[in-house]
Design a protein around this ligand. Structure first.
Ligand code: GMT
Length: 378
């Protein structure tokens, strides 16, 4: 068995769960001594530091006036071919079926040697993007052509099996977190004071403000809080729904109690200062930000959809309600905020669960096992 592998990781570089997980995985693999090559249109947003055995290969844009748009998928395929051959990679790990895994498949057929492909399905690639009929066929094809398929929750595995005709097993590797990076030790009174007054609790929501994050319910729940404590809503991130949310806050006359941070670097510095995180998403194969909050010792109130019940331990680390049930979310948050000890107890349990069940070392090793399986069957 080869001990040290040369692995190509193809992922979305911009802010989002799949790029985050892919980057954490790459760094974890490099720490184990493997050589990791990220291939993407720009440097993955979480690949901040340089590591001796981590490489980044930027995919060049190819534009010809004859075509309506840039030829992303072909330029990615060409880059995969180039990097695999130049660095003699053992395999490609594609995060997202369309287009990454399909590009890897094409590259494997073009290369001097064919290489195995591990594909990880993160959620939106099959639940949203992949539901378009034309794309669905490509999606099914690329999943079936992968040497090995993984996904991030049991829910997601079941969903893929129900919705697509997949002719191979799907391995579940839950997402993971570095509890040294996401830690309650990041509580910082100076930063906290830029978000809220000392006598206020912080209710925080973190997302890319896309419709599926259901941010209007965040505001509805906040406006229905009926606890004695003073509370500030802190909205971290940016995205298509942000202006709508500002309007909603203005109509509800609560703008002065809401703080919009916009996109931030090092989201953990913000999360650690929250007293409770609220995430009412309509869809979520896993939900990294809930895990991040747990690791920082922050209780969570969220929707109960898809893979979220595999992350949250109901009543122990946080609470789940139907996505639009703002009233129940408000009443749960009020209970948490009314009792400091209870808030701390939930936070501690969340951190313990993050460390025990979503440990980076264990999950990275699970992926390494997947790679060895892949090499054995290819
Ligand atoms: O939903 C997002 O914010 C981004 C999306 C992505 O593709 O990056 O996240 C998906 O992958 C994450 C990492 O596995 C999961 O934690 C998210 O739950 C999943 N999003 C959805 O399923 C909607």
């Amino acid at each position: 068995m080869m001990n040290k592998l040369r692995i190509g990781i193809v992922c979305h570089p911009s802010i989002g769960g799949s790029g985050l997980v892919a980057t954490q995985l790459g760094i974890g693999l490099a720490k184990l001594g493997h050589e990791v090559h990220f291939i993407a249109h720009k440097r993955p947003f979480k690949l901040i530091q340089n590591y001796s055995n981590v490489y980044f290969h930027e995919v060049d844009e190819v534009n010809y006036p004859l075509f309506e748009g840039p030829l992303h998928t072909y330029s990615l395929t060409a880059k995969i071919v180039e990097v695999v051959e130049q660095y003699q990679l053992h395999l490609i790990h594609a995060h997202y079926s369309i287009p990454h895994s399909l590009c890897a498949f094409l590259a494997s057929n073009i290369c001097q040697y064919s290489f195995p492909i591990v594909t990880t399905i993160h959620g939106t690639d099959v639940t949203i993007v992949g539901q378009d009929n034309a794309i669905k066929r490509l999606n099914t094809f690329s999943m079936n052509q992968s040497t090995l398929l993984t996904t991030v929750s049991n829910f997601q595995r079941q969903y893929i099996q129900q919705e697509f005709e997949i002719n191979q097993p799907i391995n579940v590797v839950h997402n993971f977190i570095d509890a040294n990076d996401f830690t309650p030790e990041l509580v910082d009174q100076n930063l906290r004071r830029t978000l809220a007054n000392d006598d206020e609790k912080i209710l925080m929501h973190v997302s890319n403000f896309r419709p599926l994050k259901n941010t209007q319910t965040v505001v509805n729940a906040f406006s229905q809080l009926h606890c004695d404590e003073k509370v500030r809503l802190v909205l971290v991130g940016s995205g298509p729904d942000i202006e709508k949310i500002k309007q909603q806050c203005s109509q509800l006359n609560i703008l002065d109690r809401v703080r919009f941070t916009g996109s931030v670097n090092k989201v953990e510095r913000y999360i650690a200062n929250a007293d409770c995180l609220i995430q009412p998403s309509y869809r979520e194969s896993f939900c990294m930000v809930i895990l991040e909050a747990m690791s920082c010792g922050v209780p969570t109130v969220s929707s109960n959809v898809d893979g979220i019940p595999e992350v949250v331990e109901e009543g122990v680390t946080g609470f789940m309600h139907p996505p639009e049930d703002a009233q129940s979310m408000a009443s749960t948050i009020s209970k948490i905020f009314a009792d400091n000890q209870y808030q701390q107890q939930l936070g501690k349990a969340g951190r313990a669960r993050a460390i025990q069940h979503f440990n980076t070392e264990i999950k990275v090793n699970q992926y390494v096992d997947c790679y060895h399986q892949t090499l054995a069957i290819h």
